[in-house]
Design a protein around this ligand. Structure first.
Ligand code: NAD
Ligand code: UGA
Length: 470
C-alpha cells in the first residue's frame, strides 16, 4: 500500500477548505496543500486575521490556527501542488448547468473535467485521484479516460469519497462523521488505493465509521443521501400547508411522528423552504440521470421534491402580500436572515433570495440584516437571479434600490410594516421584541419562516404572528 506523504486538494471552497483543514489537523505527518484558481479566496485563507477566512464555520478558525503553516498550506500554484502529491482530491464546484444540453437539470462538470486535464498534463508520478465533489454516477469513467490520455506512463487510480458535511456544523461533522464512504475499483490496485485513503481517515475514525464500496455505489449514494434528506423537508413542508388549513400544528405533528424510531426526529423542521448549494442541484441531477436512463416514473417521483420546495417559498411570499391587505407596494418589510441556514455565511439558493424577489415584484422595500452576510453579497444574489431571468441592466438597477442592508437588526426592522424571519439564527429569539414592536407600524406582523420565535410572547406584546404550519 502506498504511504501518503503529500496531499493536494483542487478547490478551496466550503468543502475543500474545512475537509483539508481537518485532515491536516489529524494527520500531522502529511503535508496538505489546498489550491484554487481564485486568488482572492486563497489570500483570504492565508489572512492573519482568522475572522477573514472565506468560509465561516464554527471551530474552523481554531483548526486553521493549529495546522496552517505547519502541514496545511493554501496556494494558487496548482501545478506544483499536483506534481508533488501522491493523492489529489477534487473538491471543485459542480453547479447545475445554465446552458445547452441538460440546462437547468444536469450537473456542469466543466470544472471537474478541467481538473482532470490539469492533472494529466502535469503528473509524472503515479497518483490516487479522489472525487470529493458530488458527481453523477459513472463520472469516474470520464475522469479515468481523460487521465489515461496523459501519455507519461503514469498510473491513476480514481476513488470516490463523497463529502457528507453540512454547513454550520462542518467541523463537528468531519471530526465525528456518521461515516465516510470510499468507493474504488474492486481489483488489486483499486483495493490498494482504497486502503491508502482508509488509512488517512483511520487517524481519527473507527473502522465501523469507514464504509468501502465499488465506485458506482459510492457515487450514487451521495446523490441518494441528499435526495432522501431533501425529501423529508419537502414532506414536512407539504404537510405544513395542510396543518394551516386544519388547525393542526406542524411542530406537534413532527414531534409525534419523529418519536417513532423508524422515522426519527431529525430533518422534520418545517420551514420557508430548503436552500443551499446542493439539495436542489443534486436532486435535479438525479432526476436528469433517471430521464437519461429512460426511467420517467422514477424521475417524476424525485422531481416532486423540488416542485414542493418552490411552492413553499412562493406561498410564504404570497402569504405576506395577502396578509398585508393584498399589497406590499411601498411597504417596508424587515428581513431577519439571508443565509440559507444559521451558522454559515453561504447564501447559495437561499429561500430569502426568492422571497425577496417575489416581494420586490409587488413593490416592497426589503430591509435586511444577517449576522454573517455582507451587503455586497445580498445585492449580488439578487442581481444574479434577475440576470438569469433575463432582466436588462436598467431594470436591475431600478429594482436593486428596493433593497437596503444593515449591520444591525434594529435599523432593518425600524418603522417596518412586517418582519420576516428567513434564517434561524439563535440571536433573533432574544431580541428586545417589546421595543421592536413599539417602533413598527400597526398592525405589526411577523412571518416566522423558521418557527423559532415565541409565538405566545409575541402575540401578548401585540404582534400578529404567522408561522409555518400553524
Ligand atoms: P465552492 O464553490 O465553495 O468551492 C469550489 C472551489 O473550486 C471554488 O473556490 C473554485 O474557484 C474552485 N475551482 C474551480 N475549478 C478549479 C480548478 N480547476 N482548480 C482549482 N480550483 C478550482 O463549492 P463547495 O461548496 O466547496 O462544493 C464543492 C463540491 O462539494 C460540489 O460538488 C458540492 O456539491 C460538494 N459538496 C458540497 C457541500 C457543502 O456543504 N457546500 C457538502 C458536500 C458536498
Ligand atoms: C446538506 C446535507 O445535510 C449534507 O449531508 C450534505 O453533505 C450537503 O447538503 C451537501 O451535499 O452539500 P447543507 O445543505 O449544508 O447540507 O445543510 P442542511 O443542514 O442539510 O440544510 C439544508 C437546507 O434545509 C437549509 O436551508 C435548512 O434550513 C433546511 N432544513 C434542514 C429545513 O428546512 N428543515 C430541516 O429539518 C432541515
Amino acid at each position: 500500500m502506498k504511504k501518503i506523504k503529500n496531499i493536494c486538494c483542487l478547490g478551496a471552497g466550503y468543502v475543500g477548505g474545512p475537509t483539508m483543514s481537518v485532515i491536516a489537523l489529524k494527520c500531522p505527518d502529511i503535508n496538505v496543500t489546498v489550491v484554487d484558481l481564485n486568488k482572492d479566496r486563497i489570500d483570504l485563507w492565508n489572512s492573519e486575521d482568522l475572522d477573514q477566512l472565506p468560509v465561516y464555520e464554527p471551530g474552523l478558525d481554531e483548526v486553521v490556527k493549529i495546522a496552517r503553516g505547519r502541514n496545511l498550506f493554501f496556494s494558487t500554484d496548482v501545478e506544483k501542488a499536483i506534481a508533488s502529491a501522491e493523492m489529489i482530491f477534487i473538491a471543485v464546484n459542480t453547479p447545475t448547468k445554465t446552458y445547452g444540453e441538460g440546462k437547468g437539470m444536469a450537473a456542469d462538470l466543466k470544472f471537474v473535467e478541467l481538473c482532470a486535464r490539469q492533472i494529466a498534463d502535469v503528473a509524472i508520478t503515479d497518483k490516487i485521484i479522489v472525487e470529493k465533489s458530488t458527481l453523477p454516477v459513472r463520472t469516474a469513467d470520464i475522469l479515468q479516460t481523460i487521465l489515461d490520455s496523459n501519455g507519461n506512463g503514469v498510473n491513476f487510480e480514481v476513488l470516490s469519497n463523497p463529502e457528507f458535511l453540512a454547513e454550520g456544523t462542518a467541523i463537528n461533522d468531519l471530526l465525528n462523521a456518521d461515516r465516510v464512504l470510499i468507493g474504488g475499483k474492486q481489483n488489486s490496485s483499486g483495493l490498494e488505493a482504497i486502503e491508502s485513503l482508509v488509512n488517512i481517515y483511520s487517524n481519527w475514525l473507527s473502522p465501523e465509521q469507514i464504509i468501502t464500496t465499488n465506485l458506482w455505489s459510492s457515487e450514487l449514494s451521495k446523490l441518494t443521501a441528499n435526495a432522501f434528506l431533501a425529501q423529508r423537508i419537502s414532506s414536512i413542508n407539504a404537510l405544513s400547508e395542510l396543518c394551516e388549513a386544519t388547525e393542526a400544528d406542524i411542530d406537534e405533528v413532527a414531534y409525534a411522528i419523529g418519536t417513532d424510531s423508524r422515522i426519527g426526529p431529525k430533518f422534520l423542521k418545517a420551514s420557508v423552504g430548503f436552500g443551499g448549494s446542493c439539495f436542489q442541484k443534486d436532486v435535479l441531477n438525479l432526476v436528469y440521470l433517471c430521464r437519461h436512463f429512460n426511467l420517467p416514473e422514477v424521475a417524476n417521483y424525485w422531481e416532486q421534491i423540488i416542485l414542493m420546495n418552490d411552492h413553499q417559498k412562493h406561498r410564504f411570499a404570497k402569504n405576506i402580500i395577502t396578509t398585508l391587505f393584498n399589497t406590499v407596494n411601498g411597504k417596508k418589510i424587515g428581513f431577519l436572515g439571508w443565509a440559507f441556514k444559521k451558522d454559515t455565511n453561504d447564501t447559495r439558493e437561499s429561500a430569502a433570495i426568492y422571497v425577496a424577489d417575489h416581494l420586490i415584484n409587488d413593490g416592497a422595500e426589503i430591509h435586511v440584516f444577517d449576522p454573517k452576510v455582507s451587503e455586497n453579497k445580498i445585492k449580488e444574489d439578487l442581481k444574479q437571479l434577475w440576470k438569469l431571468k433575463g432582466l436588462d441592466v436598467e431594470e436591475i438597477n431600478r429594482k436593486i434600490n428596493q433593497i437596503k442592508v444593515y449591520n444591525n437588526h434594529k435599523m432593518a426592522v425600524h418603522k417596518s410594516h412586517a418582519i420576516a424571519v428567513l434564517t434561524e439564527w439563535d440571536e433573533f429569539v432574544n431580541y428586545d421584541w417589546d421595543t421592536i414592536y413599539k417602533n413598527m407600524y400597526k398592525p405589526a406582523f411577523i412571518f416566522d419562516g423558521r418557527n423559532i420565535l415565541n409565538n405566545e410572547k409575541l402575540t401578548n406584546i401585540g404582534f400578529k404572528v404567522r408561522s409555518i404550519g400553524k
